[in-house]
Design a protein around this ligand. Structure first.
Ligand code: XMP
Ligand code: MG
Length: 178
């Protein structure tokens, strides 16, 4: 049996402070407007829930919708994403904030943003909890970044390893011992 060693990288209290800061930044940019948060499943479910609740303390109208996308196994060459399920409403003319757990190479989001732009949102921005800029293969940059991290495999707070560890309250570095 494999045993897993998970070392804390970002404890829950620090995540909470980061989310409070992100909500302040977002609220300052959308003050008095409406904002549709698009949670990119599965990894962003906890982050989106906490960000939405934090935004409720500010003066803006928030709605939440969900999308599930996955990168094709051969995305290194084709760079395409597979839509597992789409959000339920139109984004035409809306302020849309894509909420993502982590940006790694940036391929998934590059293709997702290209697709969503064809639907004519009023304004589209990207918020990611974690950013691994050293892995980027394109110039993609999020408008709101929680924490910049090194090239490490992390789990917890929605992020998984083989479907596990999403429930952990903080972000940890995963070391696999065979
Ligand atoms: P790209 O490379 O397209 O992919 O930016 C981003 C997606 O890759 C996954 N990913 C991770 N998942 N721990 C995870 O649990 C990580 O350290 C990690 N790095 C990348 C994640 O699904 C993200 O949406
Ligand atoms: Mg993801």
């Amino acid at each position: 049996m494999k045993s897993y060693d998970i070392q804390t990288l970002i404890p829950p209290q620090q995540l909470q402070q980061t989310i409070e800061r992100l909500a302040r930044e977002i609220a300052a940019d959308y003050e008095g407007q409406s904002l549709l948060l698009v949670c990119i499943l599965n990894g962003s479910f906890i982050f989106t829930a906490d960000l939405a609740r934090e935004l409720s303390r500010h003066n803006l109208e928030v709605e939440v919708d969900f999308m599930k996308v996955s990168s094709y196994a051969d995305s290194e060459s084709t760079g395409s994403v597979k839509m597992d399920f789409d959000m339920s409403r139109s984004i035409t003319g809306r302020n849309v904030l894509i909420v993502e757990d982590i940006i790694d190479t940036g391929r998934t989001l590059e293709h997702l943003l290209r697709l969503l732009r064809t639907r004519d949102p009023r304004r589209m921005a990207l918020c990611c909890l974690l950013d691994k800029p050293s892995r980027r293969v394109n110039g993609l940059q999020a408008d709101y970044v929680g924490e910049v991290i090194d090239d490490l495999f992390v789990v917890g707070y929605g992020l998984d390893y083989n479907h596990r560890f999403r429930e952990l309250p903080g972000i940890g570095i995963m070391n696999i011992e065979e």
